[in-house]
Design a protein around this ligand. Structure first.
Ligand code: ADP
Ligand code: MG
Length: 728
């Protein structure tokens, strides 16, 4: 066994769980490191507090004096907790989080040092940060990037730093981050939903989109990870034969959580609670060493921030427990990948979940309105929704037998399917008011049952209605939720705006009653968008064919999927809602397409290195042992040796064949990479990498994995799947 592999395994086997004591109730820890309502009430004057709330709830501007007061209060609060630095915390287009710390400490006159934090430092900063991807936005004439305070996501203390959530925009106002478009999309869905919700209740003033994400991840011992260059550089294994026992027995799923993982989770949960991330659920996932964590759902912007923050905390806490968290969507071939289900719903300031079937017919029509409009929005924008979750890493998961396919469809369950069928077919032609009333009562009267029975969940669907929310399951575990949330909220906002104008037009033109007009439009929507509804097995071959017949897209790779991001339809959508202008849309496309190329490029390099510098030399070493053995047999048996040494000689030949195939495969891949790098156009280069470079990965891997089975375990250099996945 190579030294590295041997020491890694030895080290990981020696580790003990590091449980920290829980001495307080979790509820008493919740949010203690957040400048939340309670902290603000304590630290701010009534008027200042009111200004902040006005900014949070109604987007009102905060004046200079108030900003100074808030900054002062924040500083005092932070200093009282031993904080030394502050940072504007933002999410650049890398998808990760960014921070640049400044000390409160300042010298004013010679020899006088104080802690200072003023309103302007709270409200706006210019972190330079010119090395973040910007897709050309900052090349033009003004290279400056600014961060600006987002009061809707409260400031928090992490370590010894006060973190202030901010947006990141260019001097010319274009968004350089994921948060800005998300906030605009949330604003759009708020406005559009309020206008429609007012059909049913005049008192609705605000609608919030909620998000509850479920984070899946692998926990692997850090020493074992360090022994695998592919995990270190690509976040996943590029080689490795499946272990004799994998997940076939389903004995990990919901099983008792291993001690070391449990100690990590407890630590992680306590850290999260201090930051008001309402972590609630934890369990083992399907694959060995795979787990899931889910919080209680929150307002979408906050939930997105909390997910990004959590991923960061996970990395740090894992370090303390000698683990590495793998967020990659498919770290191990042949083993379940990881996703991040995005549970989404809309709720009013009057306390109503617009996607929950109510108890009275009126509120049921409201439910049907939002339910059917969402279906229509997804149908009309299925390619954009697919594009929102596209990444090099998620490509390995989507459609890989245990994850939703690259085809977007909606599962709504048997009962709602029946309801929609009835709504669609009961009335042919024009609707008489009498018929309509009967129908409405009849149909909607059934809906409450749905709430009680949402057991027939279809795990193979990428987008499923689960009782009182939609669950977007195709989102990848490493994704920043802002992307899918921006798309989903934008498309539904646009749809609701169109719906409202169609209903109003019908009321005016045909003198229809409001309910009747709503019903008429909804019925048309059901007809138009029913092709997106699918209740069957999304993993099956049949669905691929059926989906094609229905005209649904099946964009299996990221370069293909991303095209929808810059289609005319998308540009119209975003510009009409004010979510992004054309420059911002194109910039994100350029960044993502380039990121794809870089990912495949890096993987290609690492694979080439592993194959040529680890696998082939080891195979040669083993082959030499066999050759020695055959020579010895010849010495002993003379002419008879051929029969006796037959197996060894076959092995020697087989190894030579594999070495040749690996070597020629790597050489050919390198040649294709060289060609790819000469392609100037970003999109064409990504496609080249996807179609010409990537296919070599599987081919090279196949022979390397065969060698892993042949070669003496004692000298195999790379830590094996069984060691990575089953060390506890
Ligand atoms: P699953 O069976 O998929 O694990 P759960 O019922 O445990 O589903 O819920 C998963 C996630 O959905 C949790 O994060 C939860 O907070 C969230 N969730 C529940 N209700 C809503 C809702 N109305 N809107 C958004 N998210 C929700
Ligand atoms: Mg789920």
């Amino acid at each position: 066994m190579s030294k590295l592999r041997f020491h890694a395994i030895k080290q990981s086997l020696k580790r003990k769980p590091k449980f920290i004591e829980e001495t307080q109730r979790r509820s008493s820890l919740f949010g203690t490191n957040v400048f939340n309502d309670k902290a603000m009430l304590q630290a701010l004057t009534k008027d200042t507090y009111k200004s902040v709330k006005g900014a949070i709830n109604k987007g009102k501007k905060i004046n200079r004096v108030t900003a100074d007061q808030i900054a002062l209060a924040m500083k005092e609060w932070a200093l009282s907790k031993g904080v030394t630095h502050y940072t504007h915390w933002f999410q650049p287009l890398t998808g990760a989080t960014a921070e640049k710390h400044d000390a409160f400490f300042e010298t004013i006159n010679e020899g006088i040092a104080i802690e200072r934090f003023a309103g302007n430092q709270l409200v706006q900063q210019e972190p330079d940060a010119s090395s973040f991807p910007h897709g050309g936005i900052r090349n033009t004439f003004e290279a400056r990037g600014y961060t600006a305070w987002d009061p809707t996501s409260p400031a928090f203390i992490y370590g010894k730093t006060l973190c202030i959530p901010t947006v990141f925009v260019s001097y010319t106002g274009e968004a350089l981050d994921y948060k800005t478009p998300l906030l605009r999309a949330l604003n759009a869905i708020d406005g559009a939903s309020v206008n429609v919700a007012k059909y049913f209740d005049k008192n609705v003033r605000k609608v919030n989109a909620s998000l509850g994400w479920e984070q899946e991840y692998f926990l692997i011992d850090s020493a074992l990870v360090a022994s695998r260059p592919d995990i270190v550089f690509a976040g996943r294994t590029l080689l490795g034969h499946s272990p004799a026992k994998g997940q076939q027995l389903d004995d990990h799923y919901f099983g008792s959580i291993p001690n070391r993982a449990m100690a990590f989770m407890r630590d992680l949960e306590l850290e999260s609670l201090l930051l008001a991330i309402p972590v609630k659920t934890r369990h083992n996932e399907v694959a060995p060493n795979q787990f899931e964590l889910a919080p209680i759902y929150e307002e979408a912007n906050l939930a997105v921030d909390h997910n990004s923050l959590l991923m960061d905390i996970m990395d740090k806490v894992a370090e303390r427990h000698n683990f590495k968290v793998l967020f990659h969507e498919k770290p191990f071939a042949g083993v379940n990948g990881s996703g991040k289900h995005n549970n989404w719903s809309l709720s009013t300031d009057t306390g109503v979940n617009l996607l929950a079937p109510g108890t009275t017919p009126m509120s049921n029509l409201q439910f049907l309105t939002f339910f059917i409009n969402t279906i229509k929005a997804v149908y009309d924008n299925e390619e954009l929704l697919r594009a929102s979750i596209a990444s090099a890493s998620n490509d390995y998961r989507l459609g890989a037998n245990e994850a939703p396919p690259a085809i977007i469809s909606i599962f709504i369950g048997e009962q709602l399917t029946k309801v929609l069928k009835e709504l669609e077919t009961v009335t042919k032609g024009k609707l008489s008011p009498q018929e309509k009333t009967d129908l409405k009562l009849n149909v909607v009267g059934k809906i409450p049952e749905i709430l009680l029975d949402n057991t027939d969940r279809n795990r193979t669907s990428p987008f499923a209605f689960t009782g009182n929310k939609f669950e977007f399951r195709a989102v990848g575990s490493s994704a920043n939720c802002a992307k899918p949330m921006t798309v989903l909220n934008s498309i539904v906002a646009k749809q609701l705006i169109d719906f409202k104008s169609e209903v109003d037009a019908l009321i005016n033109k045909k003198d229809l009653k409001k309910d009747e007009a709503i019903f008429n439009i909804l019925r048309e929507y059901i007809k138009e968008s029913k092709n997106i509804l699918f209740e069957g097995n999304g993993y099956g071959e049949d669905w691929q064919k059926e989906a094609k017949k229905r005209g649904l897209s099946n964009n299996r790779t990221t370069p293909k999927a991303l095209k929808a991001r810059v289609s005319k339809q998308t540009i119209d959508l975003y510009t009409s809602l004010g979510v992004m202008n054309e420059k911002e849309i194109n910039a994100r496309y350029e960044i993502d397409i380039e990121e794809y190329t870089k990912h495949v490029q890096i993987e290609g390099r690492v694979l080439g290195d592993l194959a040529k510098n680890h696998v082939i030399p080891t195979a040669v070493k083993y082959q030499n042992i066999l050759i020695e053995n055959v020579r010895g047999l010849k010495d002993i048996y003379g002419a008879q040796f051929k029969a006796i040494a037959k197996e060894q000689m076959d092995l020697i030949q087989d190894i030579s064949k594999r070495i040749e195939l690996i070597n020629s495969g790597v050489n050919a891949m390198v040649e294709e990479r060289k060609k790819a790098n000469k392609v100037i156009d970003n999109e064409k280069r990504a496609t080249f990498y996807c179609e010409k470079v990537k296919p070599y990965f599987d081919e090279i891997r196949y022979h390397c994995d065969k060698l892993e089975l042949m070669v003496d375990d004692e000298i195999w250099p790379l830590t094996k799947y069984r060691e990575l996945l089953f060390t506890k």
